[in-house]
Design a protein around this ligand. Sequence first.
Ligand code: 13P
Ligand code: SF4
Length: 304
Amino acid sequence: WAIYAPYVVAINTLKKKRGAVILAHNYMTPDIYHGVADFVGDSLQLAIKAVEVEEDVIVQCGVHFMAETSKILNPAKTVLMPDMEAGCSLADSITAAGIEQMRAKYPGAPVVTYVNTTAEVKAASDICCTSSNAAQIVAAQDSDTVIMTPDKYLAQNVAQQVPGKRIVWWDGACIVHERYTAQDLIEFREWNPGTRIIAHPECPPDVVAEADFSGSTSGIISYVEREKPQKAMLVTECSMASNISDALPEVDFVGPCNMCPFMKKITLEKVLYSLHTMTTPVEVDKAVAEKAKLAVQRMIDLSK
Ligand code: 13P
Ligand code: SF4
């Protein structure tokens, strides 16, 4: 902590001067998560929080689509990204033309789009979803066939939870979660009996089937806090276990984890620079933002 302290103090001082609030995703490193964030959460919680922010400036410690979502929901605010290159493999996997392609292939089917997408893709969709409400959103669609984009694994996992629907999907995946295999988990369990395995629903369905629990990043944290297993393997991004391990000394966090190179672009140094220079503000075309807001707001309303 000694090397982080000067940054933490400087950021927290400057944050007040600028009238800024820091919204951080659960995958941020512990220095950001515990040191400077005003609010931490999963994608849905961050979106809901963005609507409520009263300060003039939001510093988004997460990836670009999260900052765009904050701007779409609260356009009067200045939303700063400490590094504009913090993207997402899912957001990169589809464009608005891809949504139209799916609509042409499955006429009349509603398009449920994961929030891990650009504003243009959201604007072309009917409703958004996150990992914490995807099954609920799909189940609520008034159609036998539902298009889910862009995460094929989230779609396949939702298909297990909502068997009454025919779910068709786009061929996108998360580079962090697609790397886990069911065989890894089976072998890990054999060598470490009694380990509670908890997987994010962006993992392939056979991986989720091997897990004891699957949920959004905040769902995973709540599960571990509630259950306090002796040994837990979090089948998700590495910072998750680092952020909660100090508060849960009775839980031994075991097993390999994967790092998200996009989330890791956000550092304390860049957060400080961002507040100093007020860079880089995220802008979304007004017409696109209005349409995208409809899709995000429909999701928020259905999640209440
Ligand atoms: P959550 O909504 O579960 O936080 O997931 C966001 C994400 O990017 C996971 O890879
Ligand atoms: Fe995107 Fe995967 Fe990184 Fe989440 S973990 S931001 S889905 S690449």
